[in-house]
Write a protein that binds this ligand. Structure first.
Ligand code: HEC
Ligand code: HEC
Ligand code: HEC
Length: 424
């Protein structure tokens, strides 16, 4: 059994399904609104298998207890949700309980979706009944060993961690813009599913800022990429970014500070690039309003490394590899080139003790995704077959600790283990 991607981290390049029109202008408007809500919830990324039909499910997701498959949510009456009433659909979206009364695995982010408002949920239902092509494709059973495959403990999980329907509450004193951003991020956008640390039972430590400043303070690695903190803090968060930097990243996958990697590419390609500009501005305003969770000093650029590289006296082996292999694009000053080659100086992924993302991009390479407004793709080649694990550790240690970056050095062992665990 080959798993294409762990849950929620997958690459799909799919056409938007042809929209079957419902009767009447108001129905059409409702379906169109539902299509937008589906974009904000990124339903497509998880509910479509590689090379599969849109929303027909069947995407394998690796969870700590085994493999589960996403489900067919097209309006096919036999294998999809064509015969679901609105109430059944609303119950699933808000509590995870399906049409047969079973609890869903929380890989379906219903703790966040429970915050979707009534109007948006009604529109979403209309879209999945009338705006999506029906596809006859039976759901696949999960591959989870007994007794973990028994679904009733999930009811206990739900009771403990996603207790009752949690209607959205705007943050106290939020203006209309911040309130809209909070709604998109905490509700349909389910950003916390990746960006909030998880507890022992894999529950998100907080589902909103009101529940604690762990919310969006950075999650654990998914498929080798570490979701950064989205709070307005240094030491790996977004304090060095303006609101318009955040808007640019969510619209185009790149800005002058960085470019998206891994699962975040899918979020931009299938979800945030479709947000209206007003909604992106709201999301950015909300993220900028989040107080720091940790006390880190502001990033301060340090020109020591740039001077040494410029003078031809690289201080370490890692610095020499950087000059030979990386500086052509990311430059000796580490500042990259506009939004073509990301800046490494001050880059959020290089400010923490966990160098996983940096090691992975060097091993596997990457490409800034193409989006409607920025169709050009810029790539970085993989170095897995070019550099040894020791050399990768050396160059990653160099970029983690140069130009003022506050990350920590990494080790050959860490590179070796990432090389071995990541199927490529
Ligand atoms: C992060 C991945 C992910 C995202 C995003 C996601 N889903 Fe799901 N969804 C799943 C998984 C996995 C299941 C199956 C859970 C199980 O088997 O317990 C599921 C199940 C469902 C079901 C139940 C289907 C059935 O036959 O029981 C519905 C309905 C559904 N999702 C709708 C949606 C909608 C609508 C959206 C977007 C607003 C969405 N999902 C976004 C992963 C996701
Ligand atoms: C041909 C130009 C080029 C070269 C050479 C290059 N890179 Fe990159 N690098 C890129 C591009 C383009 C991206 C964005 C990739 C993406 O978004 O997936 C990137 C991304 C990165 C990132 C992640 C930054 C972010 O915000 O996404 C790191 C870290 C990085 N490179 C380090 C290195 C190191 C270390 C080397 C040398 C071993 C190197 N690069 C060589 C072009 C290059
Ligand atoms: C499927 C998991 C996932 C979801 C859902 C997700 N992200 Fe991310 N995000 C990541 C990962 C992994 C990274 C780190 C890699 C990178 O820098 O792109 C990241 C990075 C980011 C960055 C920093 C990018 C950079 O270059 O440093 C921003 C900003 C961001 N996410 C915003 C969001 C917002 C807003 C949402 C909700 C609309 C969201 N993310 C939802 C996985 C996710």
């Amino acid at each position: 059994m080959t798993v294409t991607r762990p849950w929620a981290a997958l690459l799909l390049f799919l056409a938007i399904p042809a929209t079957a029109l419902a009767d009447g202008d108001s129905d059409r408007a409702l379906v169109a609104k539902g299509e937008y809500v589906a974009r904000t919830g990124d339903c497509l990324t998880c509910h479509t298998a590689k090379d599969g039909k849109p929303y027909a499910g069947g995407l394998p997701m690796q969870t700590p207890i085994g493999i589960i498959y996403s489900k067919n949510i097209t309006p096919d009456k036999e294998t999809g949700i064509g015969d679901w009433t609105y109430d059944t659909f609303a119950r699933l979206m808000r509590t995870g309980i399906d049409d047969e009364g079973h609890s869903s695995y929380p890989a379906m982010p219903y703790p966040s979706f429970s915050r979707i408002g009534d109007d948006d949920l009604a529109a979403l239902y209309a879209y999945f009944q009338h705006g999506v092509d029906p596809v006859r494709q039976a759901n696949r059973k999960s591959e989870i060993p007994w007794p973990l495959s028994v679904r009733w403990p999930l009811g206990v999980w739900r009771w403990a961690f996603a207790p009752a329907v949690q209607p959205f509450q705007p943050p106290p004193q939020a203006d209309a813009r911040i309130a809209r951003g909070a709604y998109l991020v905490e509700g349909p956008g389910h950003c916390g599913a990746c960006h909030t640390p998880r507890g022992l039972a894999l529950q998100e430590e907080a589902l909103s800022d009101a529940e604690g400043s762990d919310y969006l303070s950075g999650g654990s690695a998914i498929d080798g990429w570490v979701p950064v903190s989205l709070r307005d803090e240094y030491g790996g968060g977004l304090a060095g970014w303006s609101a318009s930097d955040i808007v640019a990243l969510l619209k185009t996958g790149r800005n002058t500070h960085g470019a998206t990697l891994g699962g975040m590419n899918d979020v931009v390609v299938h979800s945030t690039q479709y947000f209206t500009d007003e909604d992106l501005v709201s999301v950015a305003a909300y993220l900028k309003s989040l107080a720091p969770n940790k006390d880190s000093p502001p990033f301060r650029y340090d020109d020591t490394a740039a001077k040494a590289l410029f003078n031809g006296t690289p201080p370490t082996k890692g610095a020499q590899i950087y000059v030979d292999r990386c500086g052509g694009c990311h430059r000796t000053d580490g500042k990259g080139a506009g939004s073509v080659f990301p800046s490494l100086a001050g880059n959020p992924i290089l400010q923490t003790a966990d160098a996983t993302s940096a090691i992975n991009i060097v091993l596997a390479g990457g490409a800034v995704p193409a989006t409607a407004t920025s169709p050009s793709v810029f790539t970085m080649a993989p170095y897995a077959d070019v550099l040894t694990d020791q050399e990768i550790a050396d160059v990653v240690s160099f970029i983690q600790t140069s130009w003022g970056n506050t990350g920590t050095a990494t080790t050959r062992e860490k590179v070796t283990s990432l090389r071995n665990t990541k199927a490529r």
